[in-house]
Design a protein around this ligand. Structure first.
Ligand code: ATP
Length: 253
């Protein structure tokens, strides 16, 4: 499966005076499975995910999504993507079902398939009983789950989730891990997170970025072996993360 293929990707953000390369010559290959994206604050994770979601254009390098170059016609490939942004806007007066239906329509799903797909997505995130409630009546964690529902409503082949577990309670985090494990059987799932436990529990592959560049890609077990008892962290995988980040240009902070 050709999920994501990036070579020497550069993404410049900000204006002329305060511009910078938030992604700086990153090469990456991701296929089916659950990939965890880790890195310190400001490493470029959100910018990378936005670029893969085709909402931000690369400044240099090449990017191919599902075998299609990302500099050509994007509509066909966008129909096959799912994206949960770090912050997403919604109309507060929309009912939960209407909001997910609206996103399904924007993704150009066949109209006859939409009601069933929306019910299935809401069921997968445990919100069937809130389907007819207004968005403004939901808790922060429930809004996040609606965000996950809209991202998966079209059964995407590439699913991009930017900090999906923020605001989820422990039981919902466990349910979320089961859901992504299931989705990763058929799709290429990339999850940006600050929670190393999420990566250890749900990801088959870890992508570590620092200062816009790839520092490490491998299994959670490989990441764990990179650390020693002298590195900071409560678990082998956290110590591996600290070891690789402190060895990279960015340093631990
Ligand atoms: N629109 C923008 N204008 C100026 N600088 C920006 C803009 N967007 C991002 N940056 C800068 O680019 C770098 C990468 O930011 P990005 O949000 O991609 O990092 P991140 O890894 O997602 O961080 P965090 O873990 O804090 O969410 C940061 O230094 C950030 O300040």
């Amino acid at each position: 499966m050709h999920g994501i293929e990036a070579d020497g990707l550069v993404v410049r953000v900000g204006g002329k005076r305060n511009g910078r390369n938030a992604v700086n010559g990153l090469s990456l290959r991701l296929s089916r499975g659950v990939h965890g994206l880790l890195g310190p604050n400001g490493a470029g994770k959100t910018t990378l995910i936005r670029t893969l979601a085709t909402v931000q254009a690369p400044s240099a390098g090449t990017l191919s999504l599902l075998g299609t170059p990302a500099n050509g016609r994007l509509r066909p490939v966008r129909r096959r993507l799912g994206y949960l942004p770090q912050h997403f806007g919604f109309y507060k007066r929309f009912k939960v079902r209407e909001f997910v239906e609206y996103l399904a329509w924007l993704k150009e799903m066949p109209p006859a398939a939409i009601p069933g797909a929306v019910n299935r997505a809401l069921e997968r995130v445990g919100l069937t009983d809130r389907a007819d409630d207004r968005m403004k009546s939901l808790s922060g964690g429930m809004v996040r789950r609606v965000g996950i529902a809209q991202a998966i409503v079209n059964d995407p082949e590439v699913l991009l989730l930017d900090e999906p577990t923020v605001g989820l309670d422990p039981a919902q985090r466990l349910r979320f891990r089961e859901l992504v494990t299931e989705l990763g059987q058929r799709s290429c799932v990339l999850i940006s997170t600050h929670l190393v436990e999420d990566v250890a529990a749900a990801c088959t592959d870890v992508v570590l970025v620092s200062e816009g560049s790839l520092v490490f890609q491998g299994t959670p077990a490989d990441l764990a072996t990179a650390g020693t008892d002298d590195h900071v962290g409560d678990s082998p995988i956290e110590r591996g993360y600290s070891a690789l980040i402190s060895a990279s240009a960015g340093g631990a902070w």
